[in-house]
Design a protein around this ligand. Structure first.
Ligand code: PFF
Length: 450
């Protein structure tokens, strides 16, 4: 049941946490995190990532959920309601645009995961299969029709969940998909760490070598932490508005970020030992999942089953994150136009089909079209992760720290004094939101620019 006074909402706190964890765990964990770890020296990068996630990202996640639950409604409305100022609505609109940009390349990679899941199901990557995974992937992603068809299929699956609504669509599927995802990643991890020669990969993940850590790695860790926890894109504002009044927001923020980080480290454990066991270079970039892994599967005992499990996990992770991106845009559109959920979702899907197709084509025929030296796909990824999400995060902390203020923040995280939250912890969290996070975000932005 939705609480009185709320148009839509999650039926339980577990449903809310499952949906938010579903948003956080995505391509960022399985596709990006392992190759960033590979490129930035293994364990040392993981340690920096953990510190940033604990000290900076988790408080921002909490700040977003405070704006969402206190403000209610779509992000722009929520910002306006908590601050009492109309201009803050722009921050919500920016969140909607951010989600749109992320979603435009996300649906393309989502389409690739469907293709690779199907290839795995017909045993293309079983042990002993003769494939040139590099040529297979390049041939597929540069094609002008097939990847677009798969991304449209991905959009269709997502829109069904959105049209079913918050409880029957998002909450129900998240409660089903999240436990499945954790089981899958643990199974794949067990297979990977028991391969002969896996020890070197495990050592790489857990023995820190700080000499390989550069300032750029720290910036990458911050950007990845933001992307992985879906920060700065109004996700937690949107889901916060659907959160029951009785939920403990501080505990939820901790559970969401611990689950997401645990999953990312598990993904590293599932991928790195296998990469080392087969003597492949761990610094291979974005192609790690679609080129290196299929090659490894064909040499590995139980490779066929593992590839199906892996691409199924990647698919579930991609869908549950795409649902949250889609929901931010749809709820914003519903609130701006007054149109129904179904109509708004269809409009979003149509526009996304167009922008997703352009992103897909930019890997092939439109490769020559570049903006500041990058193709459109890479530019969308770069702009949203490095610029829009960090600006969104900055607006969130400034809103809570400097406009909403400590009293209202405490009132919301204690649900009007009905939930006990340690006062010292609450003060530290507010201090981080008000002073530390803005300084770190602005400092990072300055160092990226210069
Ligand atoms: N957190 C997702 C991932 O790691 O793939 C990406 C994402 C989802 C970013 C939703 C932003 C968002 F609103």
């Amino acid at each position: 049941m939705t609480e009185p006074g709320r148009k839509e909402g999650f039926s339980s706190n577990f449903g809310m946490v499952a949906a938010a964890v579903g948003s956080a765990i995505g391509l960022g964990n399985l596709w990006r995190f392992p190759y960033l770890v590979g490129q930035n020296g293994g364990a040392a990068f993981i340690i920096v990532y953990l510190i940033i996630t604990l000290v900076i990202s988790t408080p921002i996640l909490l700040a977003e959920s405070v704006i969402g639950r206190r403000g209610g409604g779509a992000p722009a409305e929520a910002y306006r309601n908590v601050t009492g100022r109309k201009a803050w609505g722009a921050a919500g609109i920016m969140g909607m645009i951010t989600c749109f940009m992320i979603m435009s390349f996300y649906v393309v990679v989502g389409g690739w995961t469907i293709k690779y899941l199907l290839l795995s199901c017909v045993m293309q990557f079983h042990r002993g299969a003769q494939i040139d995974s590099g040529a297979l992937f390049t041939g597929f992603m540069t094609d002008s029709t097939a990847p677009i068809a798969y991304s449209i299929l991905f959009i269709l699956l997502t829109i069904i969940i959105i049209i079913l609504g918050v409880q029957k669509g998002i909450e129900k599927t998240s409660k089903l998909m999240m436990p499945m995802l954790f089981v899958l990643i643990i199974l794949i991890g067990i297979r990977s760490v028991t391969l002969p020669g896996a020890k070197v990969g495990i050592a790489y993940l857990f023995n820190p070598d700080f000499s390989s850590l550069t300032f750029k790695s720290i910036l990458e860790a911050l950007g990845q932490s933001f992307f992985s926890l879906s920060l700065g894109a109004c996700m937690m504002i949107t889901y916060g508005a659907y959160t029951p009044k009785s939920s403990n927001l501080t505990k939820n923020a901790a559970v969401i970020s611990v689950s997401d980080t645990f999953f990312a480290v598990m993904a590293g454990c599932a991928i790195m030992p296998a990469v080392f066991a087969f003597g492949v270079n761990p610094t291979q970039g974005a192609g790690l999942v679609f080129v290196t892994l299929p090659q490894i599967f064909t040499q590995m005992p139980l490779g066929g089953v593992c590839s199906a499990l892996f691409f199924f996990a990647l698919f579930l992770a991609a869908v549950s994150s795409a649902v949250s991106l889609f929901e931010v845009i749809t709820s914003s559109l519903m609130s701006i136009t007054g149109k129904s959920r179904r109509t708004s979702a269809i409009i979003v899907a149509l526009v996304l089909t167009a922008t997703g197709s352009v992103c897909s084509l930019s890997q092939g025929v439109l490769r020559g079209v570049t903006i500041a030296g990058m193709n459109i796909f890479d530019q969308f990824d770069y702009l949203s992760s490095n610029f829009l999400m960090t600006t969104g995060g900055l607006l969130t902390v400034v809103c809570i720290g400097w406009c909403v203020g400590k009293e209202a923040f405490l009132d919301e995280i204690t649900a009007g004094g009905t939930i006990r939250v340690n006062r010292t912890l609450a003060s530290i969290l507010f201090f981080i939101i008000k002073y530390v996070a803005p300084v770190v975000i602005v400092g990072t932005a300055i160092s990226i620019i210069f």
